[in-house]
Design a protein around this ligand. Structure first.
Ligand code: SAH
Length: 419
């Protein structure tokens, strides 16, 4: 990424990181660019409303990740991979990350030195500390530290916990995750809670959520409330609807909508997230929601085969978008409204193209971009796709209705006659 002097001052690692492509762009201008980008990619499908921006667009990320690396001079650095490489670029503070989390990472690095923990070396496989992942609760203030190690033992574990919590009493839980594979994935399979309850809780849309180390949770809590608010408004729920929350993660959208629906079914692939979702429903005293661990496409096809009646589908797939199997099942189930939430307008455009082409009765009514990722090029979009009532069928129904009336009339007359 090409950066100028001003950008280098705003962030010394801007060039190597490449995350904040709008680093030097005034926030209003960032929003205008994202509006245009959404219109360009999705405008042909439906009306694009004004983007929902942030009041304070800095330090919004509630999840912070750093990778450790050996450094000849200081012993250890922590930071990010240089764009497109496995070179670690040291980071002290980041414009978009939660600052408390950044400070905790600095402390872990300093403590690691005194505890003689070595950074893991990808080439030789030598060393212990691989990554650290920090999750912060925006409303609750709870903080979870996940230390990713190359082997299961953290020497002098209790002392380390004591020292770290002394420096940062705001930490509520620490988890050791073991990743002993040669992989670019951050988290490994096994984990052990070494302090606190092993997860954090946070509230969102007036509901409480349990968030485990491996579950997906939106990274911008302020904007997530606005995004979900828009998604639930698009669903036009009256309390009678049967609703699907597809790609539901820990159940956030379905739980936020459950008060206004008759029944909600959530489906999600990640078993940890599904377990969290079940706990979250219980925690909030919600009885009209069920969660299933499955591929969303396969699950929807099963519902379609069982001829389930579905009124509203929320779909919030990962960046790669949805699948044709999923969209085919939507067409078979014929919900009145589909609320599509996307973190990648390109795959959303592809999916809309497929859906609208295959079922002409679906029309995109409105699209609202939401700025979930200030300073980056990414934009989130929430769209309402509505099943149009078919004019001919309506006409036909009216005819049928008339016929029925006539028949009723005849029957009545007949009945009357027979009386
Ligand atoms: N709606 C949630 C999660 C959205 S992220 C929220 O707002 O927090 C997308 C989710 O889709 C992730 O939790 C991911 O695990 C899940 N996912 C990815 N592929 C999937 C698939 N094929 N079927 C079901 N869920 C999937």
């Amino acid at each position: 990424m090409a950066v100028n002097k001003k950008e280098e001052k705003l962030c010394p690692v801007a060039k190597k990181c490449g995350g904040c492509r709008y680093l030097d762009v005034p926030y209003d201008e960032q929003l205008r660019k994202k509006q245009k980008q959404t219109e360009k990619l999705l405008g042909r499908y439906g009306k694009v409303k004004a983007i929902i921006g942030m009041e304070n667009p800095k330090h919004y990320r509630n999840k912070v990740h750093a990778v450790f690396d050996f450094d000849k001079r200081t012993g250890m650095v922590s930071g990010i991979y240089q764009e497109g490489t496995h070179q670690v670029v040291p980071v002290e503070e980041c414009l978009i990350e939660n600052l408390e989390a950044d400070h905790i990472i600095q402390s872990i690095r300093r403590l690691a030195k005194s505890f003689k923990y070595k950074a893991y070396d990808e080439d030789t496989g030598y060393g212990l500390l691989r990554h650290v992942l920090i999750r912060t609760g925006y409303h609750s203030g709870e903080i979870m530290v996940v230390l990713v190690l190359a082997s299961p033992i953290l020497p002098s574990k209790n002392n380390f916990v004591k020292e770290l919590c002394k420096l940062h009493p705001e930490i509520t839980t620490i988890v050791v995750n073991v990743n002993d594979k040669k992989t670019s994935m951050v988290l490994g399979e096994k984990q052990q809670v070494i302090y606190g309850k092993g997860y954090i809780e946070d509230s969102l849309c007036e509901k409480l959520f349990k968030i485990s180390p491996k579950s997906f949770y939106q990274v911008n809590p302020v904007q997530t409330e606005k995004l979900y608010g828009q998604a639930v408004a698009y669903a036009e729920l009256t309390g009678k609807e049967s609703v699907i929350d597809a790609y539901c993660g820990i159940g956030t959208i379905g739980i936020a909508a459950s008060d206004k629906a008759a029944k909600v079914i959530g489906v999600e692939l990640n078993p940890d997230a599904v377990r969290d979702a079940v706990v979250n429903a219980r925690k909030n005293g919600i009885k009209n929601i069920d969660f299933y661990q499955n591929d969303a496409g396969k699950f929807m096809l099963q519902l379609a085969e069982a001829k389930e009646s579905v009124d509203v589908v929320f779909m919030d797939p990962p960046r790669s978008g949805s699948s044709e199997a999923f969209l085919d099942a939507v067409i078979a189930l014929k919900p009145s409204r589909v609320v599509y939430i996307s973190c990648n307008p390109e795959t959303m455009a592809r999916d809309l193209q497929y859906l609208l082409q295959k079922e002409k009765k679906y029309k995109v009514e409105e699209l609202t971009p939401v700025d979930m990722f200030p300073f980056t090029e990414c934009v989130e979009v929430c769209g309402l796709i509505r099943l149009q009532k078919e004019k001919r069928q309506e006409h036909g129904n009216r005819k049928d209705g008339n016929r029925r009336e006539r028949n009723t009339g005849n029957r009545n007359r007949g009945k009357r006659n027979t009386k």
